[in-house]
Design a protein around this ligand. Structure first.
Ligand code: NDP
Ligand code: 2IT
Length: 451
């Protein structure tokens, strides 16, 4: 009989580092989850024996491929494309595509790993995946974006499908890019199926998908505050980012009576002490929507606001921080400053925006902390509803979808609570999300045996 010989957390992480050299974002994401899971499975032999966490931290497959395209001047350009299919224990791989010059295998592996737990938390049947390219859509013409997307899908199409792997948008990928990719998939395969989500409403998309991530972030904030007898109304909110997630989070926060005082982009941040009205948020949506506008232009449009070049918003005193731009945009020093300035809640709209030592600062200071894999799951949840609508060939009404999104976010909050209570009474949502997300995937994997 085999003698059971459990690795401890340190040995586990040594292995992750050895097998994935240089992939720092992936190490960071795995460690953040592993700490909580090792604690949870300490007395659960079955998960140890089946090496479940080690299996989830080893993607089912990583595909990478060359993407060639021609720019408007006739130059041949060469990009790298990827799809990381992390885990499909509870449903087809599902997760966005990111087009940004920083994209590499480490970033996509961390995102696919996180997505596996996030999708589990939604309660819908979706596994975890992520993909993208180091293509930089900024400053490119529509025709250049089209040629890139068509070339990208000409390779990707063989790895995806409505029951296999269903990509969507992420940084640098919105309705325009999804359109070019969906068109190419349809053309190559001669099949009209829900192979991508985030589609246009005329061609299989879902109402509310566009707003769902940002709205969901604020719903999660609302539920966290409610659980500690507080409300969103009247809170001063610092938002980072000015893309899909940030603008819709800002919009919902303003609708619920909060005062949003910052937004940012890769050039710096805007501080508007009067607060962003809905009109101002909509100006940002329109101005940043075509991927060439700079947030710096805001101050000419709305006097009273200031632009802080090359800086992030976290030095502005606020009750609530909503990091909605990108990974590792909120450091330990930022977290300490936010705590010093009296922050009550931090809710992650972006994926892994807070460094692990930043999260520790919030946990130690008993700040309410909504982790990305729970708080930004509204987007992929409505993507799941888009898949259902494509399968049934029926479109749900806006009110139904708004209601479903609200219910799903409330449900995620309750699922986290189940494992989130610390002995001192603090609700550790990060731990709750990790364990609740893990358990469903792990139990499904156990059912399938060793594979
Ligand atoms: P967008 O492309 O719409 O917007 C991205 C925003 O973040 C822009 O303001 C951009 O500034 C800024 N940004 C991106 N990279 C950097 C960087 N390296 N440094 C500084 N600023 C940066 O993307 P989304 O809003 O869709 O995504 C934002 C975050 O939310 C990502 O972490 C994504 O993974 C996550 N997310 C997205 C979901 C979705 O449904 N779209 C769902 C769940 C999570 P600039 O314009 O100057 O580049
Ligand atoms: O990070 C994410 O959850 C997304 N980018 C959305 C993924 C999706 O499939 O809708």
């Amino acid at each position: 009989m085999a003698v059971s010989d459990h690795v401890n957390l340190e040995q586990f992480m040594d292995g992750v580092l050895r097998r994935n050299p240089g992939e720092t974002e992936f190490h960071q994401a795995v460690y953040e989850v592993a700490v909580d899971i090792f604690d949870f499975i300490e007395d659960k032999e079955v998960y140890h024996a089946a090496q479940i966490l080690r299996r989830i931290a080893e993607p089912d497959r990583v595909v990478s491929f060359r993407v060639c395209w021609e720019d408007d001047c006739g130059n041949v350009r060469v990009q790298r494309g990827y799809r990381v299919q992390n885990n499909n224990a509870i449903g087809p791989y599902k997760g966005g595509l990111r087009f940004h010059r920083s994209v590499n295998q480490s970033i996509l592996k961390f995102l696919a790993f996180e997505q596996t737990f996030k999708n589990s938390l939604t309660g819908l049947a979706m596994g975890g995946g992520k993909g993208g390219s180091d293509f930089n859509p900024k400053g490119k013409s529509d025709n250049e974006v089209m040629r890139f997307c068509q070339s990208f899908m000409t390779e990707l199409y063989r790895h995806v499908g409505e029951h296999t792997d269903v990509p969507a948008g992420d940084i640098g990928v919105g309705a325009r890019e999804i359109g070019y990719m969906f068109g190419q998939y349809k053309r190559i395969t001669n099949r009209y199926v829900g192979v991508l989500t985030g589609k246009g409403l005329e061609w299989g998309g879902s109402l509310v998908r566009k707003e769902s991530t940002g709205y969901g972030v604020v719903y999660f904030l609302e539920d966290m505050l409610k659980h500690s007898n507080d409300v969103v109304e009247g809170k001063v909110v610092a938002v980072s980012g000015s893309g899909n997630v940030a603008t819709h989070a800002a919009e919902k926060a303003v609708q619920l009576g909060a005062k949003v005082v910052t937004m940012s982009d890769s050039g710096g941040f805007v501080h508007d002490p009067d607060g962003f009205t809905l009109e101002k948020v909509h100006w940002v949506m329109a101005h940043k929507g075509h991927r060439s506008g700079q947030l710096a232009d805001y101050v000419a449009e709305f006097p009273g606001a200031t632009f802080h070049e090359g800086e992030r918003p976290w030095k502005v005193p606020c009750d609530v921080a909503l990091p909605c731009a990108t990974q590792n945009e909120l450091s330990k020093a930022d977290a300490e400053l936010l705590v010093k300035n009296g922050v009550k809640a931090v809710v992650e709209g972006a994926n892994m925006p807070t460094t692990n030592d930043g999260v520790k600062v919030f946990r130690d200071a008993r700040v309410l902390f909504g982790p990305a894999k729970a708080a930004n799951a509204g987007g992929v949840a409505v993507s799941g509803l888009e898949m259902s609508q494509n399968s049934t060939r029926l479109m749900l009404r806006e009110e139904e979808l708004q209601g479903l999104l609200r219910d799903i976010m409330l449900n995620i909050h309750s699922n986290c609570l189940e494992y989130a209570k610390r002995p001192d009474g603090y609700v550790d949502y990060a731990k709750g999300a990790n364990i609740a997300g893990f358990k469903k995937v792990a139990d499904a994997m156990l059912a399938f045996g060793i594979q």
